[in-house]
Design a protein around this ligand. Sequence first.
Ligand code: IMP
Ligand code: MG
Length: 191
Amino acid sequence: MSLTAEPKTQNQLEILLDAETVARRVRELAAQISADYRGRPLRLVGILKGAWMFLADLIRHMDLEEISVDFLGVASYGRSTKSSGEARITKDLDQSIEGLEVLIVEDILDTGETFNYLQEILGARRPKSLKAVVLLDKPSRRTRPAHADYVGFTIPDAFVIGYGLDYAENYRQLPDVRVLHLPKLEGVKGK
Ligand code: IMP
Ligand code: MG
């Protein structure tokens, strides 16, 4: 493998948060969450697909005796950078969360539609507590009020990819968070 040439696509992607900055913040979040849940069993619910890399890094820096993991698949964007506003489950949890202390692990809080949907459907399953950690928050894009208990970074209104986040299923493998600059036409139809 050549060490000199980066894949062509990466050249148009501007780094917003480099891998080291992300790693440092993820360790801080892990420490904070561990302190808050000390002595209590915790169920992490990772939202697929975007949150898998974040969850993998977060959990290995958490210092708690009882942590379990489950995943919920939710799709909202399809092949677009605009939220369809309609979240749907693509994979349900394997286990019940009734009576458990649950922490949702999400990649990004954008319009808030998915977040509200998650609160609704998971809240209805009667967990003992339900909180959320998001790596990224774009508060300027909200169409509905939404507030995460733990936020990695508050970022401006840009479409970001990498560190698990995708555009049409690409770029998830990048170790840092980058801004995807889109051709002008894409924004014209907007919502
Ligand atoms: P919301 O329903 O608009 O809050 O969208 C939340 C979901 O949309 C996230 O879980 C992501 O999967 C996706 N999303 C929102 N903004 C971005 C982005 O900038 N890059 C990649 N995915 C995004
Ligand atoms: Mg997602």
